[in-house]
Design a protein around this ligand. Structure first.
Ligand code: UDP
Length: 349
């Protein structure tokens, strides 16, 4: 059995690490890893391969720094070349990036079976390129590996259960947290702080929104130190707009640094999808700097608040979470054995 796995962006390296580690334990299975090059800085790409011992990609393209349409075309063409050469049984894609959709289109064009991990998530915000990527990828897929019942409901609403298999395997990122979270996280002890990440286009590419967010972050930072591993896209925008930053900015960190940073924080502020769940898995509240989330279970559990760039909402959530002890709750995203469940599915095929 031969699987081509497509990765390209930071969260995909983490997901692929969790799955590939399990797959590599099996005989008679071959995984061909394709890196599109969407993320390319050492601290956005290489560090994950090194730290998490992800095998070196068999194919590594350098497709980045261009508009979405062009990027999709270039990636698809490159992946098609790999498919023709390798003749896989399956193409496996993760999440919602341009690399995901390019892999999906390439697989379909060549009649190769397509599996989508993290299927069925919806923000219903069509301004987000990620929403377009995930909807089309789901439409093209033969098997949809979903993380939750809500994802199944979303797919059914779109009629996508017809002609496809939907399998609730839980969240692959929970596998990663369980495997890589440090038991000695408190060795990283420091002053209390809130952890911030920000990189979504809807926040970084709108100067008014970005300025408003920065002003709010600066206000929080007056009360509680904000530690901010800054995404290169955000760094470039802040520099361009000359927006003052008072938080403690650090370079993006590897996953093995990121998990203790979450574990030791008072809570998390983010517009990241993955980080919202990691905060929950590590018993931290999350203030989400977006107007919606795909991970609505976290809202229902009361551990996550959607605040957008609304300063009063952010500050209210900050006050509330600062004064409310976190209560550990049932996990709606499975048991952290998603990789095993995916492998079990492929074995039956
Ligand atoms: N992450 C990391 N280092 C950082 C910032 C984030 O390892 O400096 C991890 C984070 O813990 C999560 C993943 O990157 O596992 C999330 O990626 P990102 O926010 O870029 O994408 P999203 O989850 O929103 O698709």
């Amino acid at each position: 059995m031969k699987i081509i796995t497509i990765v390209g962006a930071r969260p995909q390296f983490i997901k692929a690490a969790a799955f590939s580690r399990k797959l590599s334990e099996l005989t008679n299975w071959e995984e061909v890893l394709v890196h599109t090059g969407q993320h390319y800085d050492t601290n956005m790409s290489e560090v994950f391969f090194e730290e998490m011992k992800i095998p070196k990609p068999s194919y590594h393209f350098e497709i980045h720094g261009m508009a979405r349409g062009e990027m999709l075309e270039k990636m698809q063409a490159a992946i098609e070349g790999v498919i023709k050469k390798e003749e896989p049984n399956w193409v496996l894609v993760y999440g919602d990036t341009n690399s995901t959709l390019a892999g999906a289109r390439a697989a379909k064009k060549h009649g190769v079976k397509l599996a989508h991990v993290e299927a069925g998530l919806r923000s219903y915000n069509l301004e987000m390129p990620e929403e377009h990527n995930r909807v089309e990828t789901d439409q093209l897929s033969d098997v949809l590996f979903v993380p939750s019942q809500n994802a199944i409901d979303n797919l059914k609403q779109e009629g996508l259960e017809k002609g496809r298999e939907i399998v609730n395997v839980g969240d692959i990122m929970f596998d990663a947290v369980k495997f890589y979270a440090s038991n000695n996280a408190d060795e990283y002890e420091s002053q209390p702080y809130a952890l911030l990440t920000l990189h979504r286009a809807e926040n970084t590419d709108n100067p008014t929104v970005l300025k408003r967010l920065l002003s709010t972050v600066n206000k929080i930072n007056e009360q509680l130190q904000v530690v901010w591993p800054m995404h290169p896209r955000t760094k470039a925008k802040l520099r361009e707009l000359e927006i003052p930053v008072e938080a403690r900015v650090i370079e993006p960190v590897g996953y093995l640094e990121m998990l203790p940073l979450i574990q030791n924080s008072m809570f998390v502020l983010t517009d990241s999808g993955g980080l919202q769940k990691e905060a929950f898995y590590l018993n931290k509240y999350c203030i989400t700097l977006r107007t919606e989330t795909e991970w609505i279970e976290l809202l229902n559990l009361g551990v996550n608040r959607i605040c957008g760039s609304d300063e009063s909402k952010v500050l209210e959530a900050f006050r509330y979470f600062s004064n409310t002890p976190f209560v550990v709750m049932n996990n709606p995203y499975g048991e952290g054995n998603t990789a095993d469940k995916i492998i079990h599915f492929f074995r039956r095929k």
